[in-house]
Design a protein around this ligand. Sequence first.
Ligand code: EPZ
Length: 422
Amino acid sequence: MTQIMVRGAKALSGSIAVQGAKNSALPILAATLLNRGETVLRRCPRLRDVDASVRILRYLGCEARWEGDALTVNTAGLCRSEISDALMREMRSSAIFLGAILARCGQAELSYPGGCELGPRPIDLHLAGLRELGTDIREDGGRLVCAAPRLAGRELILSLPSVGATENLMLAACGAEGVTSICNAAREPEIEDLQNYLCACGARVCGAGTSTVTVEGGAPLHGCEYTVMPDRIAAATYLCAAAAAGGEICLTGAREQHLATVTAALREAGCDLRAEKARIVLRRTEPLRAVRPIRTAPYPGFPTDAQAVLMAALARSRGATVFEENIFTNRFRHVDELTRMGADIRVSGRTAVVTGAERLHGAAVRAADLRGGAALCVAALAAEGETAVSGVEHIDRGYEDLAAELRALGADIFRAERPEAE
Ligand code: EPZ
């Protein structure tokens, strides 16, 4: 069993480059199916979720090979339009392939993506939009059997600004005749990155980053070379790590405008943050202070993916901070583990009240999900003594090597292989 071992209460110092964004690379990898050429995706992060997408692309008949941090995908050999149940179960966001396969093949079959650690992950908005574009969708024993011999563009209105639904419908709309407008679209920066990739392939897409994304479908698309945007949640994670441990770090490649609500909270907590072109420098010397309530919301609100790591940093602070998790129903699973380290956190429904502790102590803790696992490492950096974090497979879904990056910033942290517990 792999564990991340941390000896805390050591200030950080140093500089690292931020990895490519997981939540941009995944939809772009699905979008490669829209052209029959070759995509060279630079700064593609090496993650378990990216590996799962590569397995799906290869299963569909595409070629995919790594050259350094560039992943080259050639979809000319596509020969399948269905994804096996086993591959769908590996990653719940595999639903993002549905729109692209329909646009390319006119049909698709895949299983309902399972729920995940964060609670149910419905795709009703994805399916409703695809039906409105002309897809016949039949559910057959947990499998979705879809036929779309002719996708036709039209106005779509999302009942909530779902990131995945926006992305799936953008991809399907590229294969539709006429114009599709996606209203109440998600505005996350990753949507803009997907639009930029699609336009680099010759698609006519605009409006990403606003609440209405417009796609003029039917353009023949070609391959391209594209560089994935930096991962704003990974950047938020390292900033919270430095806030927790103290010291001074520099993140290169990070763009503050993509995580402005996180940097605002860190400044309010007493961190000195300086953002230059594509660098963010954070320095923390005084004890952290509690901040005004943190309410997660769709972009540009506070990102749900940064809720756990900010909570971990504020577990040792002066005062009490209220967190409201408004996006997912089960995203406080890191609380019990933080409590084992001495944190004082009270959860009631979607609200968690963090009363800052004077000190935290190391403990054996287990990650239950990706960002909650990162939060345990953040808290461990501020804790006295040694912390052993298990469930590292969750963390590896979204961070190339969290321990190595934090070690490069001066943390006493490493991965250890332990014999399986009896
Ligand atoms: C994306 O998930 C991200 N994943 C998540 O990051 C992120 O937390 C989330 O967006 C919100 O920003 C990827 O991009 C791969 P949603 P997604 O559709 O697309 C409900 C991480 O840690 N909903 O915006 O699944 C849904 O249940 C991951 O990197 C429906 O009800 O998020 C949730 O409550 C975790 N019906 C809310 O909307 C639908 O058809 C937001 O979901 C779709 C969503």
